[in-house]
Design a binder for this molecule. Structure first.
Ligand SMILES: NC(=O)c1ccc[n+]([C@@H]2O[C@H](COP(=O)([O-])OP(=O)(O)OC[C@H]3O[C@@H](n4cnc5c(N)ncnc54)[C@H](O)[C@@H]3O)[C@@H](O)[C@H]2O)c1
Length: 318
């Protein structure tokens, strides 16, 4: 297969690129390196089956040119941070919704017809059904990130109906593992490296969250792409467990061998759009034979080990 991957230099995108190359596919990676890391594409760069295009998805002509000949488009590029949405209200619209339209329109023009898209559990806002299934009552949006991803999902669905695309929409919980660059584990490890005696947590620590190991996430995507027959295929991806932020903080401290004073800021939510409880019903993807290999705790610990061995990453992103 010839696969076009947006966000190829990112945490999840670069992990997918390596996997696709190992399976013998030809991959064109597209990235503007706004949050992507050169280092993540070092191995890929040595493969004759990989081509990197440096560019911004807002540059339509460049996207169309780079995508020509693709059998599958994996659209992972995004502004992936929920937290600072209200500081930069235009960013989610541009980086998540408008670029998705560019990707879809380029697909229509070059004749690419299959798309896999990284959506998010944040599109459920603050759901009332737990675990939350894909057909949960239509959510009220609480973050600009979630809203922009839901709008992107809508565009993908409409293009699929209108132009005969086959779409795979994956609503991830938070992803952990090798090459993890943003989220609470980086925040906590960074703080504890600076001062092992203090840990400041946004929110009251009681927020309940689900996490999934990156290789389990990629396994699920592969299973869905190989077995799911509908025009629009929507899957929640997560584990069948969750933890409190304070539990995760405890595992991180234990692994790092530290016992800090813990302080808290805010109440039930750590920031605007922080959902106090995320727990997705993943029985649909499980019915295809997929199951995660790592528990939430194992994924947290593995991420701490990765960051400890790659301390440069703690400062690589703001
Ligand atoms: N990491 C998670 O926990 C998580 C959870 C749910 C959904 N997602 C989604 O998964 C996808 C990948 O997330 P990630 O954690 O790997 O994030 P990431 O920030 O590591 O990767 C995003 C990549 O996209 C690139 N990019 C961003 N805007 C671009 C643009 N306009 N043009 C070209 N390249 C651009 C960045 O440089 C980066 O390499 C995103 O769509 C994100 O919203 C991630």
């Amino acid at each position: 297969m010839r696969i076009f991957v947006t966000g190829a230099a990112g945490f999840i995108g670069s992990s997918l690129v390596d996997r696709m190359l190992a399976q013998g596919h030809q991959v064109v990676g597209f990235d503007n390196f706004s949050t992507g890391q050169e280092h993540f594409l070092q191995a890929a760069g040595e493969s004759p089956n990989f081509r990197l295009v440096r560019g911004d998805l807002l540059e339509f002509d460049k996207v169309q040119e780079a995508m020509a000949g693709a059998d599958l488009v994996v659209h992972f590029a995004a502004n992936a941070d929920v937290r600072h949405g209200t500081e930069f209200p235009r960013r989610d619209l541009e980086q998540n919704t408008i670029v998705t339209w560019n990707v879809l329109e380029a697909m229509r023009r070059v004749g690419a017809r299959r798309i896999a898209f990284s959506s998010t559990g944040s599109i459920y806002g603050e759901p009332t059904v737990f675990p939350t299934p894909e057909n949960s009552p239509f959510p009220v949006q609480t973050s600009l990130y979630g809203a922009s991803k839901l709008a992107a999902e809508g565009l993908i669905q409409a293009y699929s109906e209108g132009f005969g695309f086959e779409a795979y929409i994956f609503r991830f919980v938070s992803i952990l593992g090798e090459r993890y660059t943003h989220g609470h584990v980086v925040d906590f490890v960074r703080q504890l490296n600076r001062d092992a005696g203090k840990l400041h947590i946004l929110g009251n620590g009681e927020q309940r969250k689900s996490y999934l190991y990156v290789q389990d996430c990629l396994n699920a995507i592969e299973v869905a792409l190989n077995r799911s027959p509908d025009r629009v295929n929507i899957f929640n991806l997560g584990t069948n467990e969750y933890c409190r932020v304070i539990d995760s903080a405890g595992w991180i401290c234990e692994r790092m061998g530290v016992q800090p004073q813990v302080s808290f800021e805010g109440g039930e939510r750590g920031w605007i759009g922080d959902s106090p409880f995320i727990f997705l019903d993943c029985s649909k993807i499980r019915s295809l034979g997929w199951a995660p290999r790592l528990t939430v705790r194992e994924a947290v610990v593995q991420t701490v080990d990765y960051l400890t061995g790659n301390a440069w990453l703690l400062e690589a992103r703001p």
